[in-house]
Design a protein around this ligand. Structure first.
Ligand SMILES: [Zn+2]
Length: 402
C-alpha cells in the first residue's frame, strides 16, 4: 500500500518518526537499534535509517564509538549526542537576569545569574546586559561544540507571545517593550528567540520535571515581588483568549483593599505578595526581596510572632483566592513556587484550611497544597525546556542551525 502515500505525506511521516526515535532515546537512555524498534513499533531498517539521519543531524551519537567515521555501525548503542542541540532559557526578573542552557537529556549545561534590583533601571541598559550574558553563553556553548537550538525569554508581566512583546510589567515599571526584537537585535545572532510570561514557564517546568509531574490539573503560584500563576488543565497550560491568563496576583480578594501597582484595589498580590508579607512582618530595608524573604523564613523558624502572623495571614488570603480557582476549575493541587516556595511550610496550613472551607467539593476532593520542587530557576528551566520539547517533536528543525 506504500506506493499510494503521497510524497509529502511520506516526508511528514518520516519527520514525525524522527521525533519518535529521538524521544525514545531522550526518555529511555542509550538504546540499541533493535531495542528502539521494539520500543517504537517501527521496523528495524526504518529505525536504522532514522538513527543514521539523527546522527547526521548531530542529535544522536554512537556510544563508545570513535567520533569520526563511526556512523552506521549497527552493533553499537546510540545515545543523545553530548555535543548536540542545547536550548537557552533567558530571564528578566525583578531582582535578576538569568541565562540557562540544557541539552536534550535535560542536563544543565550552563547557568549564569546576575543579581541586582532592576526596578527603575532603564530598559535599554537591562536588555544590553542580558544580551551580553546571552552572547557570552552562546560563545561558550559553541566553543564546547554544542549547537544552540533556540531561546525563550521569561518576563514578569503580560506578554504578547506571538509578537514577542512585553505589554506591561507593573513591578518592573515596563510598558510596551518589544523584547524579542530589541533583544534579538542586541544579541545579533540567527538564534530563534521567543518571549513568554515567567509564571507560565515556571508552571510548565513544574509540570515537566517538578511537583506537577503526574498531576494534570493544578495551579502553580509563583512570582518574585508580585504573584503570578500558571494554570495547568489536562496536562496543558491554559493560556486563555489572548495568552493573558494566570494573573492570579490580580484576582480581587478585598474590593476596598489597598491600591495595587496595577491600578486596581485589593488584589491578592497586595495581601499575599512578598512585599506585603515582608511589610506585615516588619522587615523593611533596601535588600533584594529574595534576601529579605530569607530573613523572614529565619525569623519564622525561630518562632518570631510577627513573622508567623504575617505568613499565616498571607496563607489565608492565598486560600481565599485559590478556593475560588478550585471551585471554577476542579484542581488536584495548588503548587507553591517562586519567592513563596521557601515559605510554603508556613503558608500551607492556613491555605489548606481555607480550601476545606471554601471548596464546595471539599468533602470529596480537596486540592493538595504542594511546595514546588524547583527554586528560582523554574522559569529559565521551563523556557529552555520549551525549546527542547520542540526539537524532540521535530528533530529536523535543527537542520538550519549554526
Ligand atoms: Zn493588581
Amino acid at each position: 500500500m506504500e506506493h499510494h502515500i503521497a510524497p509529502t505525506t511520506q516526508r511528514s511521516v518520516r519527520r514525525h518518526n524522527l521525533g519518535v526515535v529521538l524521544r525514545a532515546v531522550a526518555e529511555g537512555g542509550p538504546r540499541w537499534r533493535a531495542t528502539l524498534a521494539t520500543d517504537t513499533g517501527l521496523n528495524k531498517s526504518t529505525v536504522s535509517s532514522l538513527v543514521a539521519e539523527l546522527i547526521d543531524l548531530g542529535l544522536l551519537a554512537e556510544r563508545g564509538a570513535e567520533r569520526r567515521g563511526s556512523v552506521g555501525r549497527p552493533g553499537l548503542a546510540v545515545e543523545i549526542a553530548e555535543d548536540g542541540a542545547v536550548a537557552l532559557g533567558l530571564e528578566v526578573g525583578v531582582d535578576w537576569l538569568a541565562v540557562h542552557a540544557a541539552d536534550l537529556t535535560g542536563t544543565v549545561r550552563l547557568e549564569r545569574r546576575e543579581g541586582g534590583d532592576l526596578r527603575g533601571r532603564p530598559v535599554t541598559a537591562v536588555l544590553d546586559q542580558l544580551a551580553e550574558m546571552t552572547r557570552a553563553a552562546l560563545d561558550e556553548l559553541r566553543a564546547a561544540g554544542m549547537r544552540p537550538a533556540g531561546a525563550v525569554v521569561a518576563l514578569p508581566g503580560l506578554v504578547d507571545a506571538r509578537a514577542g512583546t512585553l505589554l506591561v510589567a507593573p513591578n518592573l515599571g515596563w510598558n510596551d517593550v518589544a523584547v524579542r526584537a530589541e533583544l534579538g537585535e542586541r544579541i545579533g545572532d540567527s538564534l530563534p528567540l521567543e518571549a513568554d510570561n515567567e509564571a507560565n514557564l515556571s508552571a510548565l517546568a513544574e509540570l515537566w520535571e517538578g511537583a506537577g509531574r503526574g498531576v494534570r490539573d493544578f495551579l502553580h503560584v509563583s512570582g518574585e515581588v508580585g504573584i503570578g500563576a500558571g494554570v495547568v488543565i489536562g496536562g496543558r497550560l491554559l493560556r486563555g483568549a489572548h495568552g493573558f491568563g494566570g494573573e492570579f496576583g490580580h484576582v480581587t480578594v478585598d474590593p476596598g483593599g489597598p491600591l495595587c501597582a496595577c491600578g486596581s484595589r485589593g488584589c491578592l498580590e497586595s495581601r499575599a505578595g512578598l512585599e506585603a508579607i515582608l511589610g506585615a512582618a516588619g522587615i523593611t530595608g533596601n535588600a533584594a526581596p529574595a534576601a529579605r524573604a530569607g530573613e523572614l523564613a529565619e525569623r519564622a523558624r525561630a518562632g518570631d510572632a510577627d513573622a508567623l502572623a504575617a505568613l499565616h495571614e498571607a496563607g489565608r488570603w492565598l486560600g481565599v483566592a485559590a478556593g475560588s480557582a478550585a471551585n471554577l476549575l476542579d484542581l488536584s493541587a495548588i503548587v507553591i513556587g517562586g519567592a513563596l516556595g521557601p515559605l510554603a511550610e508556613w503558608l500551607a496550613e492556613p491555605l489548606e484550611r481555607e480550601l476545606r472551607t471554601r471548596v464546595l467539593a471539599a468533602s470529596w476532593a480537596v486540592p493538595s497544597v504542594l511546595p514546588a520542587r524547583l527554586g528560582p530557576e523554574a522559569a529559565v528551566r521551563g523556557a529552555a525546556t520549551q525549546v527542547l520539547r520542540r526539537v524532540l517533536e521535530d528533530p529536523a528543525s535543527v537542520r538550519t542551525l549554526v
